[in-house]
Every structure is written in C-alpha cells, then in structure tokens.
Design a protein around this ligand. Structure first.
Ligand code: NAG
Ligand code: NAG
Ligand code: NAG
Ligand code: NAG
Ligand code: NAG
Ligand code: NAG
Ligand code: NAG
Ligand code: NAG
Length: 565
C-alpha cells in the first residue's frame, strides 16, 4: 500500500519539475547581462541562453523606442539552449537586448539594458594577471581615474574548477559592471585584473569606443590547468593528475629582505589563499575558459608562466603555442565563426624574480619558451601574437613578494602598443624592442659584432648583460662579454676572455637581469627594452640544450653569421 502522504509528495515533485521546465529555465547565459559589451562589427555578437525545448525564442535589439533587429530561433534539445548571431553593429550604445520565449500561449521575456558594442578582450593567467588595481603603484590615483572610463566595462569569472568541460560559467565574481574604485580595487587578487583594466583603458584612449574586459585568472596555476586534454596530449605532457606543482609564488623569498641576515617577518611572504591555485590538468580550461567559447571576442591577453619555471618547463615551448591554437579554434567555432580564426593573442613575458638567483634555468628559459624559442613574436609558430617584455620591471620591495611587481602600468602600456600594431593595424608604431639580426666574430676573434634590426640605446655599458659560450676540449661555459663599443645599430662585445671557441651569445639570461628600467639595451625613443635572446654563432659545436634556435633564426628575416676558430 502506498501512503497518501507519499503520493502527495510525488505529485508535488512532478508539479515543481513541470513548472521549472515550463518557465524558470528560460534565462540568458551567465555573461549576458546589464552593462555588457558585445563585440562590434565586422563580427556579429552571439547571444545565447537556456529555455524549454521546442519553444521559439525571439531576440530583439532596441535603442530607445527603435527596434534595430530581431532574430528568431528555437530551443534545442537535449542541451536546452538557444543561440542567435546578431548582425554586425557599429561601436556605441546604449542598447537594450530583449529575449522572448514563446511556447503555446505562454510568453516569457528577459531584458538586459545599457548594452554597448565595442571590442571584447579576454584576460587570463596566474597571479600577475589576477593582481588588482589596489595592489599596484599609484593605486589611489589610478582608481580615481576610473570614473572617466565608463565605456570600458568589466566582468570577472569566479575561481571554479571542473572535471568536465562546462557549457556555462557556474559562478561569476563580478557581473558586467561599469568601473568604480570599489570594484576595481575590491581586494588583493580578487575580481578585476589590473593589467587587463589598464590595457583596456589605454586602448580606449586610442580607439574612443567601448571596450569589454573579461577577467578569468587564478594565481599559482601552471599552463596545464588552462589547457584542454587534446593540447596536452599533442605536446606529450605526462598526465600527472593532481600531483603538486612547485609554486614559486608560495615560497618565502629570502631575497626580498632588504638587508641580508635580518630576520624577515614571515607573514610578509605568506600570500593570500587566492594566490595558490589548482594543479589538476585542464580543470580551469573546463570551468573558466570553455564556458566562454560562444562569446564573440576581439582577442586574448595572457600573463602566466611563473608556475612552470620548475614544472614541465621545457614543454612550455610546445604547450603555449598549442594553447593559443586550441583557444583560437574553440572560440572561432563556438561563436559560429564570428571570433576571428587567428584572433590577436597578446602576452606578458615574465618579469624578474629572486634577485640573488644565478640559475640559467627557471625564468630565463621560460621567457625564451614563451616565444616558442624564437626570442620574438609574432613568429612561424605563434602567428598574430604580441608580447610585452617585462624583465626590467622588477620590484624587490613588493609587499606581495618580488614575483608580483607593482608596476602594471608599464606592462599594460607595452601590451597595448602590441595590440595597436597587431590587432588594429597601426603601421609605423614601434611595439617591440631591438633584436640582433646579424652576429659576427671579427678578426682575431677578440670582438663580436652584433647588428640590430632597430636603433639601439645603450643604457648601461656593463660587462654582465651579455655572455658568450666558450668551448675548449668539448667543454663549454658561459663567460661575461663586456660591451666594448657601440653605434646606432651595432654593438661590439669583447670576447677575448675566451681562449677556446666562441659558439653562442646570450643577453639578459638571468632571473633578475637589471634594476628597475635599467637594462642594458632599449629602443631609443619608445623606451622598449631589448628582449632576452640566446643565439648560436657557429654550427661546429651543437648547442647544449635542444631548441634549434639556429634553424628558427635563419627561417625568418633574422640570420646569424660567424665563424669559430
Ligand atoms: C506572445 O508573444 C507573441 C509574439 O510576440 C504574441 O503574438 C502573442 O500575442 C503573445 N501572447 C501573449 C499571451 O502575450
Ligand atoms: C592587501 O595586501 C596589502 C599588503 O599585504 C595589505 O596591506 C592590505 O591590507 C591588503 N588588502 C586587503 C583588502 O586585503
Ligand atoms: C557553443 O559552441 C559549441 C561549439 O561550436 C556548440 O557545440 C554549442 O552548441 C554552442 N552553444 C550554444 C548555446 O549554441
Ligand atoms: C634558482 O632558480 C632555480 C630555477 O628556478 C631553482 O631551481 C633554484 O632553487 C633557485 N635557487 C635559489 C637559491 O632559490
Ligand atoms: C606613479 O606616479 C608618479 C607621479 O605621477 C609617476 O612619476 C610614476 O611614473 C607613476 N608610476 C607608475 C608605475 O605609473
Ligand atoms: C613614421 O615614423 C617616423 C619616426 O617617428 C616619422 O618620421 C615618419 O614621418 C612616420 N611616417 C608616417 C607615414 O607616419
Ligand atoms: C659590424 O657590422 C656592421 C653591419 O655589417 C658593419 O656595418 C660594421 O662596420 C661592423 N663593425 C665592425 C667594427 O666591424
Ligand atoms: C666587470 O665590471 C666590474 C665593475 O665595473 C669590475 O669590477 C669587474 O672586474 C668586471 N668583470 C669583468 C669580467 O670584466
């Protein structure tokens, strides 16, 4: 005998379920909301959401009393989703977006207001991307400037991990908002990324139309957590599951103490909990990037790599280009082809860390791998990318540890120059520092002649920024090569300290290459630093570590000439 009570309970359950599927399920995707920025022309913005299978959904774009366009679609089973692609819209606003679901005689209407059209950039990475405006230099002035940028809108994804690819964000920290001192400076490593915001602000100064910024980053995370399984497989990354990653961001740093030997207050080096992140492969790809795939984007910014300095480091030169390619494919197909297939992808080359560390590995290698071992971008493996060099923006007194430098303005400024050149086609804009195109041993092999692709400014004529690999008896070691003399585009290094064969030369190959904005070589007018490089001079002795820099350099306009003894 079934009791009346349980029958009643069952009925109630059925009623609740039915009413849910009839109406409550009709909603926009998590990131379709008031104050959002939708991607402007020539792309079409994607609007999507959930609803009752079989129902018709009409999406209307209105401005004031005017209906600008209407798109009709239906809710698909079994995903219970609907999607429309708007016709391309010129930058501006505000607009209202309305969606109406019709099923039988039941109509349901959703509205979002104050919607702008402009360029949408997604910002991702680890704690240096996560750092907020509260944590940077001149914070209060920068925060009070936010009022002047009401058309730069911000959105921040919550820190969520998932074992499977999610269709929509589970949670949002900061829904689309106008910028305020409160939401930009909400806390340490929470809500909005300072690099992302400043980049958007600089872009707005140039473009003078709305910019949408989506922040989706998590401190202390290696690239593997942001990569799909197929990307990692393609690079032969061992599936280490949830093995702990050595996280430099969590390590107390002795070099941060002002005076050697003084006892550092330990709390100073314990970062807030949000600085440590998950390490299980793909979990943030699944929960924090994949759900955004249907959004039409202009481009992506990336500031990550610290957590790979000691973790799968040498796979980074494969993993990073593979991540870029995978994200490009995913966003292109997810947006029905509206996000450009090779959308612009900008990134920050790692800054400095650990003043006293003399290791050749770690940061110098990761900086190189960030360029797929070319030394510059864009290159054959990383088309349509741009890079902000940041190795000269050290900050040994940062209260967040020297791994978190507080000058984010310069980082964002350098990034925005790359965007203007690469993404907005500004010609005649210097957006990267000088690199040598020709390296030649001069007579008697006592001097090395480096010819640069641009004019150079030699800020410091020191004897440790450049090093040569000196080989004799099948043994090689790196020796300092002092700057002997220089002219507009050439630099002469003294290499007489080498009694054997000079086989390679490298520049700024340390974790902490120079004092603040005091590296050896810059572009004279742009003040952009010369990126670090390593290059073979002769083919007689193979390079110690694999990387094939010779092939790469000679496969571009750059080439290396020279001869050994
Ligand atoms: C529902 O919407 C449709 C299309 O906009 C309209 O024709 C119909 O009259 C509406 N029904 C009700 C009950 O409001
Ligand atoms: C952020 O960190 C700084 C430096 O450690 C600290 O002084 C400040 O109180 C923190 N702010 C918040 C909101 O936690
Ligand atoms: C988002 O894009 C993916 C990949 O193209 C697609 O399978 C999915 O159906 C899209 N979502 C919606 C709501 O259309
Ligand atoms: C220097 O950096 C390397 C590579 O990141 C690391 O293995 C080593 O522990 C560091 N040395 C010190 C003294 O911290
Ligand atoms: C902070 O403000 C001072 C004074 O305006 C300026 O000289 C300095 O460059 C600013 N720092 C950064 C990192 O923007
Ligand atoms: C390009 O830049 C150079 C140096 O700033 C300037 O002299 C030249 O006039 C510029 N050319 C154009 C076409 O803008
Ligand atoms: C260095 O190379 C450049 C370019 O080939 C050349 O113009 C210059 O004269 C060379 N310098 C010396 C000292 O040989
Ligand atoms: C490098 O320069 C410093 C200071 O100018 C000097 O003391 C040192 O001997 C030089 N080292 C070499 C290898 O030339």
């Amino acid at each position: 005998m079934v009791s009346l009570g349980s029958v009643f309970g069952l009925l109630l359950l059925i009623i609740v379920r039915a009413s849910r599927s009839a109406g409550i399920g009709f909603r926009f995707a998590s990131y379709i909301d008031n104050y959002m920025v939708l991607q402007k022309e020539p792309s079409g913005a994607v609007i999507w959401g959930f609803g009752t299978p079989g129902a018709t959904v009409t999406v209307t774009l209105c401005q004031g009393q005017d209906t600008i366009m209407k798109k009709v679609t239906s809710v698909k089973a079994p995903s219970n989703t609907w999607m429309v692609v708007l016709d391309p819209v010129k930058p501006g606003g505000p607009f209202e977006v309305m969606a109406q679901q019709t099923l039988g005689i039941v109509n349901l209407t959703l509205r979002v207001h104050d919607v702008l059209f402009g360029d949408v950039w997604l910002c991702s990475g680890q704690s240096n991307m996560e750092m907020t405006m509260l944590q940077i230099f001149n914070a209060s002035k920068e925060l009070s400037d936010a009022a002047a940028y009401q058309s730069v809108r911000i959105f921040s994804v919550s820190l969520i991990q998932a074992e499977e690819e999610l269709e929509d964000l589970d949670k949002v920290d900061l829904s689309w908002s106008k910028p305020t001192a409160g939401n930009l400076g909400h806390g340490n490593f929470t809500y909005m990324s300072a690099v992302c915001w400043l980049f958007g602000r600089y872009l707005y100064d140039t473009l003078q139309y709305p910019i949408g910024l989506v922040s989706s980053s998590w401190g202390g995370t290696p690239i593997e957590v942001w990569s799909s399984g197929r990307t990692l497989k393609a690079c032969g990354v061992p599936n280490t599951g949830s093995e702990r990653v050595l996280q430099p961001e969590r390590k107390p740093m002795r070099s941060d103490c002002k005076s050697e030997g003084s006892l550092c207050p330990l709390e100073r080096f314990l970062p807030p909990a949000s600085v440590t992140g998950p390490v299980t492969h793909s979990v943030l790809w699944n929960a924090m990037i994949h759900p955004l795939q249907n959004m039409t984007l202009k481009g992506v910014l990336w500031y990550q790599g610290e957590s790979n300095a000691n973790y799968n480091r040498d796979l980074y030169s494969c993993m990073f280009p593979a991540l870029i390619e995978d994200w490009r494919q995913t966003f292109h197909y997810g947006s029905q082809g509206q996000t450009e297939r090779f959308f612009p992808f900008g990134f920050v080359q790692l800054s400095s860390y650990e003043l006293m560390n003399t290791s050749d590995y770690g940061f110098p290698e990761i900086r190189w791998h960030q360029t797929a071992d070319f030394g510059f971008v864009p290159n054959l493996k990383m088309p349509n990318t741009f890079m902000a060099v940041a190795m000269d923006l050290c900050d040994k007194d940062s209260p967040f540890g020297s791994i978190h430098p507080r000058d984010k303005q310069t980082v964002a400024y350098r990034l925005h120059l790359g965007a203007r050149a690469l993404a907005y086609g500004e010609t005649n804009l210097t957006f990267q520092g000088p690199l040598p195109t020709k390296i030649e041993l001069l007579t008697h092999n006592e001097l090395l002649n480096l010819t640069y692709d641009q004019e150079i400014q030699v800020l410091r004529q020191d004897n440790k920024s450049f090093e040569i690999s000196c080989c004799s008896d099948h043994q090689c070691k790196w020796l300092p090569a002092p700057v002997n003399s220089f002219s507009t585009k050439t630099l002469i290094l003294g290499v007489d300290a080498c009694l054997g064969t000079v086989v390679a030369v490298r520049y700024a190959w340390t974790t902490w290459p120079c004092d603040y904005k005091q590296c050896a070589i810059y572009h004279p007018s742009s003040t952009l630093p010369a990126p670090p490089f390593t290059a073979l001079i002769t083919h007689q002795v193979p390079r110690r570590r694999a990387g094939g820099s010779k092939d790469i350099w000679s496969s571009t306009n750059s080439f290396i000439q020279g001869r050994g003894l």
